[in-house]
Ligand binder design. Structure first.
Ligand SMILES: Cc1cc2nc3c(=O)[nH]c(=O)nc-3n(C[C@H](O)[C@H](O)[C@H](O)COP(=O)(O)OP(=O)(O)OC[C@H]3O[C@@H](n4cnc5c(N)ncnc54)[C@H](O)[C@@H]3O)c2cc1C
Length: 358
């Protein structure tokens, strides 16, 4: 039988997988109804995401598997040349506004450093020296110079062009029945919708709202690194883009609702202004909501669920970061030699019976 595989879903996960499988010699067909024609209303997470590649500044004692999987993928991102305009910044700084947050930063940084990663504690003047646009009210910070941010929409465009050039066949027909797919293998990479194709798969939609702000003539210069903070008990981040900033993100369990709420926009703007006081002069260019594919333990679900079907879903708030290592893990699985670095993501860690329709 021909080495053929169908990839269901063309978000960052499916696109990276299709590209890697084609490079590895598989004959690949990718299905996605919004391929080449995405809008914020689709709800697909890859189109609305912030684009942070930030496993180190999200590290927390005990979350070893997530840190090591993220660090593996960040290493792969550094080896990818996605062309001009895709990488929008290098380095990130997490800031604290009070003593309790500063203590948490130190706890997390000490643990991440103990796992062998490069993080540096910063004083208030260090933070202001690196990023003068950040509020003088900050108390301390942590710098992660190896982290990056990418323009997620440019990543999608780059990957769509790459897979077409690699000979991947693209269909805009959605897949509704895995049993009707004729290729030798199937990869389900349909984001939060993967659960409707693989019964028992514990993936659910987790809503996130996010803003795109555009600098106007005379606007104060934005930070040049990704800035993360906790303000009023809520996490907020500001990610540099060529023309301004992305401010994210809220997080709710609201099923597959993608309405942008007044309260969500209000909180994001208030929290972002606490970090970058000159933000008020920026244009509010877009407010959008997307659906993260959530898993029960915040680690993605990557691996075979039967002889034919491989799942790659549940990447939660880190799917852009984790796409390269996911692609390598899926191709290794298809080739029968699973990737050791992705063992923590195997579907079999969940006790429920996961079975596909094929
Ligand atoms: C507000 C927000 C901010 C985020 N910020 C970051 C960030 O800074 N860094 C980061 O790493 N991650 C971030 N994420 C998370 C990241 O966006 C997701 O983890 C990632 O995009 C998931 O990719 P995916 O390809 O699995 O899913 P999706 O992007 O949702 O794509 C799934 C695709 O499958 C298609 N599809 C669905 N059903 C079918 C079917 N039956 N047949 C064919 N196709 C189908 C859909 O049309 C869609 O295109 C953020 C997410 C949100 C919502």
């Amino acid at each position: 039988m021909e080495r053929s595989v169908t990839v269901v879903g063309g978000g960052v996960i499916g696109l990276f997988i299709a590209r890697a499988a084609a490079t590895a010699g598989w004959s690949v067909t990718l299905h996605d109804p919004v391929f080449g024609n995405r809008t914020v209303g689709d709800g697909a997470a890859s189109w609305v995401a912030g684009g942070m590649l930030a496993p180190l500044s999200e590290g927390w004692p005990g979350e070893h598997d997530l840190l090591s999987l993220g660090a593996e993928s960040l290493r792969r991102w550094h080896d990818i040349d996605p062309g001009p305009g895709v990488v929008t910044s290098t380095g990130s700084v997490t800031v604290a506004f009070d003593a309790a947050d500063a203590a948490d930063l130190r706890t997390a940084a000490d643990w991440v450093r103990a796992q062998g990663h490069d993080l540096t504690m910063l004083s208030r003047s260090d933070v202001r020296g690196l990023e003068p646009a950040v509020s003088p009210r900050v108390r301390a910070g942590v710098s992660a110079p190896a982290e990056m941010a990418v323009d997620n929409r440019a990543v999608v465009a780059f990957l769509e062009a790459e897979i077409l050039a690699a000979g991947v066949r693209v269909s805009r027909e959605p897949v509704t029945d895995l049993g009707a797919v004729t290729t030798e293998r199937i990869v389900v990479a349909a984001g939060w919708a993967a659960a409707s194709l693989v019964p028992g798969l514990p993936v659910r939609p987790v809503k996130g709202e996010i803003l795109r702000l555009r600098a106007r003539s005379g606007s104060a210069a934005a930070p040049t690194r990704t800035i993360r903070a906790s303000v009023n008990g809520r996490a907020v981040y500001l990610v540099p883009r060529g023309d301004g900033l992305v401010v994210g993100a809220t997080q709710y369990e609201h099923g597959n609702d993608t309405a942008v709420t007044v309260g969500g926009v209000r909180d994001l703007l208030a929290d972002a202004e606490a970090v970058f006081p000159a933000i008020g002069d920026y244009e509010l260019a877009e407010a959008a909501a997307g659906l993260r594919p959530g898993s029960p333990d915040n680690i993605p679900i990557i691996g075979s669920v039967d002889d034919r079907v491989v799942v790659a879903a549940g990447h939660g708030r880190n799917g852009v970061l984790l796409a390269p290592v996911t692609a390598d893990a899926v191709v290794a699985e298809l080739d029968g030699a699973p990737l050791a670095a992705a063992r923590c993501a195997l579907p079999q860690r969940f006790s429920m019976t996961v079975g596909a329709q094929s």
